[in-house]
Design a protein around this ligand. Sequence first.
Ligand SMILES: C[S@@+](CC[C@H](N)C(=O)[O-])C[C@H]1O[C@@H](n2cnc3c(N)ncnc32)[C@H](O)[C@@H]1O
Length: 225
Amino acid sequence: MTDLDKRPVRSYILRQGRLTKFQESGIKKFAPKYTIPFQKMQLNLDLAFPKKNKIILEIGFGMGDTTFKMAQEMPYSNFLAIEVHSPGVGSLLNKINLSQLKNLKIIQHDAIEVMNEMIPNKSLDGIHIFFPDPWPKKKHHKRRLLKKSFLKLMESKLNQSGYIHIATDWEAYALEIITLVEENKSYKISKRNLNDKPHSRPLTKYENRGLRLGHQVWDIIITLR
Ligand SMILES: C[S@@+](CC[C@H](N)C(=O)[O-])C[C@H]1O[C@@H](n2cnc3c(N)ncnc32)[C@H](O)[C@@H]1O
């Protein structure tokens, strides 16, 4: 086995995406203030956010427009937003700085490692996963973020009244997620909307693209039993 064979299967591929000058300067100037570096050590959430409020973790914020709107509209929640791609990180950093938001912090790293290494058990009030990459080809299904093991990991990080909100425009993935959740006896599906977006979730960039292609959108809200 070579070292390459031992690499874990990731739910993303890091492309050297184009970074605009503005995004690049956003990262340079504001990352020290608004990002939390990945570390193999539990995060002290009370130190990460100045106000002790609910903690919502978002995985894969893309360009971050939806995350930013939610953080603005919900000042009494703290948002910990995870993304691997630099253009989105730069773009969101610029927005956070312009509005001086205090309730939104970014971690630029693989969310699975962040959850495993940094997030204390039973510490999250909510987990948002909006339009996870559907990896439509069968040979790529192993890359899908939402699988049995990840549902188990999320279960350990939620507090008893916590929820997971997943949205997807990929029918086969939505049905697979519903089956996985039903198989996990610790969870229940408390809401399952088709083409009826909850007000709490602003439209996302990726969703907009799906809607233009005529896709339907599932919102699935999961809670602990
Ligand atoms: C299809 S895009 C959706 C982006 C955004 N939520 C939206 O709806 O516009 C999925 C995003 O998840 C990110 N992502 C996938 N797996 C991830 C992981 N393990 N850790 C962090 N980000 C991840 C990708 O980089 C990508 O930006």
